[in-house]
Design a protein around this ligand. Structure first.
Ligand SMILES: [Fe+2]
Length: 201
């Protein structure tokens, strides 16, 4: 395994010896991800990583570098070709820490403001949805975004390849998430990107 990845996994696993929430654990994992984002060998590897999304067909892939057998945390990459965007989406109950590795993009965040949003963990309705834009950031390599469960967002890539290196507390391929249509005020529930096991050596 790539030494930088091995170090990351050892360091991050050690955080499970502490009696803390995942939110705190993943916050404390940030500097480890920062180190990984700066690794030159990993950057060389990334030149070969395939980008095979088909946004028009609603098809997205994540490279799956590691899934922890004991604690379930996952390390992914999402590779976008120039001009590619994600749908407006959330990650369901999965907590995500998203590091920009190569390229750069615009990340917008939304808040649901209709009365069907659901309170106290209720799932809310699938239509009559009104989304309000609450943030817009141009992000560049080294930037790390903390995305709590259920937070609604979209990524629009610039005119270059962009790679996100992603740490999650579960496998999004096995968890339902929501994809939103802002104009129609609807959403669909579906599993996250297809997980493609990829050996980082
Ligand atoms: Fe996302």
């Amino acid at each position: 395994m790539l030494p930088a990845l091995e170090t990351f996994i050892l360091d991050f696993r050690a955080l499970y010896n502490e009696d803390i929430s995942d939110a705190e654990r993943f916050e404390r994992g940030r500097p480890f991800l920062k180190t990984l984002l700066a690794d030159k060998r990993l950057k060389q590897c990334a030149e070969k990583w395939p980008a095979r999304n088909d946004p028009d067909q609603g098809y997205f892939e994540n490279l799956l570098f590691y899934e922890d057998p004991d604690y379930g945390f996952v390390i992914n990459a999402l590779i976008k070709e120039p001009g590619e965007s994600t749908p407006i989406h959330d990650h369901g109950e999965v907590l995500t820490v998203y590091g920009v590795f190569i390229g750069g993009e615009i990340v917008k965040r939304f808040r649901r403001v209709d009365f069907g949003a659901g309170e106290n963990g209720a799932p809310g309705t699938d239509n009559g949805i009104e989304l309000e834009l609450v943030g817009e950031n141009a992000v560049t390599p080294g930037y790390i975004d903390f995305v709590p469960p259920g937070e609604i967002h979209v990524e629009h890539n610039g005119q270059h390849r962009t790679i996100g290196l992603i740490l999650r507390n579960g496998n999004v391929g096995d968890h339902l998430q929501s994809w939103y249509n802002k104009e129609l005020g609807t959403r669909v529930r579906r599993y996250g990107p297809k997980q493609i096991p990829y050996q980082l050596a």
